[in-house]
Design a protein around this ligand. Structure first.
Ligand code: NDP
Length: 377
């Protein structure tokens, strides 16, 4: 049995794999397609620190190589069920994969427009991935529907491939980033149709036009296009969790930052966790937090108890956990008790005076730390 199985190989899942492998856990990531998740459908990522711009597929490849290089397995398989019984956690693909802990990082899927013609012409000009399908419409006229970052990025990418791009958005202002909007406004082959709704996708065997309506004048128009790229947001991929974990109205899991759920040993990370900002960096942060919490949980019996940092009840990996306050009382949960050598083992969170810091003479509560080179990272 593996220590940890991570479901979903996007930035949250791959980062969790990196942190878990570094914490010495046996870990496998189960991914249905290519590792990287939605990153692989992004042409240029311009807000991932350290890279002014990087191709999404390249960033995904690097994250996967990083995780594999540390010993994480990356398995391909469609997850059919999740058995979330405490003590018998199992991921069911074509086989049953038991694990001591799970991190669920399935991310999101693209939302559908739900207008006539969309389903019938899916794959015949209706697309949910500009980077994947844009080249099929080289030098043709296309439309993008949506007003968030994805729609703006898709329109900018398609402008470099297609002859003319019309961006249709139902409001007068975009939800996506100002920087991207400015880029679009400078592109000569991009037309913005603000305050327009897409009503129907027309075509016999393939897309021939998009019917839109001006919300001000109520006039309808047919845009002759060969493809419609739908970029109207995402829905969390949490269907497998219904009935097991409480989901919010959008289908996201409510969990604290370390991803701990009410099921002992089960953590969530990435875009399926309810949070204020959905970006690659926040997905990575989630993965790091969840893997660290999972490692701490798994080590509980062996190390934490030995070091006297948690009570027996805490070793339930979540059962005694209060998401807002942490183990039995928040940041000062150890009651001021110091670790030997001034810090917890390498897979545990450091810092925070009052967390694991040794109180110094004169009331200085700075954490006592070993020099960086001596720490287990
Ligand atoms: P968003 O939810 O941000 O935007 C969805 C857009 O689609 C909104 O403008 C919304 O309109 C519109 N919309 C929703 N439903 C319909 C409908 N039925 N008909 C017409 N329009 C509709 O989704 P994104 O996929 O753009 O982004 C998801 C998250 O990922 C965001 O947090 C985003 O910031 C992030 N992201 C970040 C990127 C980056 O930083 N490089 C790249 C891509 C995504 P309305 O405004 O009226 O609600």
């Amino acid at each position: 049995m593996r220590d940890l199985i991570i479901v979903g190989g996007g930035p949250a899942g791959l980062t969790a794999a990196i942190y878990a492998a570094r914490a010495g856990l046996s870990v496998a990531v189960v991914e249905r397609g290519f590792a990287g998740g939605q990153m692989t459908a992004t042409a240029d990522i311009v807000n991932y620190p350290g890279f002014e711009t990087i191709d999404g597929a390249e960033l995904a490849r690097r994250m996967e190589a990083h995780a594999r290089g540390l010993g994480a397995e990356v398995l391909t398989g469609e997850v059919r069920a999740l058995w979330l019984k405490p003590g018998a956690l199992t991921v069911v693909t074509e086989s049953e994969l038991p694990a001591r802990a799970l991190i669920l990082a399935m991310g999101t899927r693209r939302r559908k427009l739900a207008i006539p013609g969309e389903e019938r012409l899916a794959g015949r000009g209706v697309s949910y991935c500009a980077v994947c399908d844009g080249a099929f419409f080289k030098d043709r006229d296309v439309a993008v529907v949506g007003g968030g970052d994805t729609a703006l990025e898709d329109a900018a990418y398609l402008a470099g491939v297609c002859r003319q791009v019309t961006l249709v958005h139902r409001r007068g202002a975009f939800r996506g980033g100002r920087h991207l909007e400015e880029v679009l406004r400078r592109l000569p082959n991009v037309t913005l149709r603000l305050e327009h709704v897409a009503e129907e996708i027309l075509g016999d065997k393939a897309v021939q036009a998009l019917r839109v309506r001006d919300l001000g004048t109520r006039a309808a128009a047919e845009l002759p296009v060969s493809a419609v790229f739908v970029a109207v947001g995402v829905v969390p991929d949490t269907a497998l969790l219904r009935g097991s974990l409480p989901l919010d109205a959008e289908g996201r899991v409510e969990a604290p930052e370390d991803g701990r759920t009410q099921i002992p040993g089960v953590f969530v990370a990435g875009d399926l966790r309810q949070k204020p900002v959905y970006q690659i960096v926040t997905a990575c942060a989630d993965g790091a937090m969840a893997a660290t919490a999972a490692a701490r949980c798994l080590r509980g019996g062996r190390i934490w108890k030995l070091w006297g940092c948690v009570r027996d009840a805490d070793l339930q990996c979540g059962a005694a956990y209060d998401g807002r306050r942490g183990f039995g009382g928040g940041m000062g949960a150890h009651g001021g008790r110091a670790y030997p050598f001034g810090g917890p083992p390498g897979d545990m969170p450091r810092g925070g005076a009052g967390r694991c810091g040794r109180r110094r003479r004169g009331g200085d509560a700075r954490p006592h730390r070993r020099p960086l080179s001596h720490r287990r990272l």
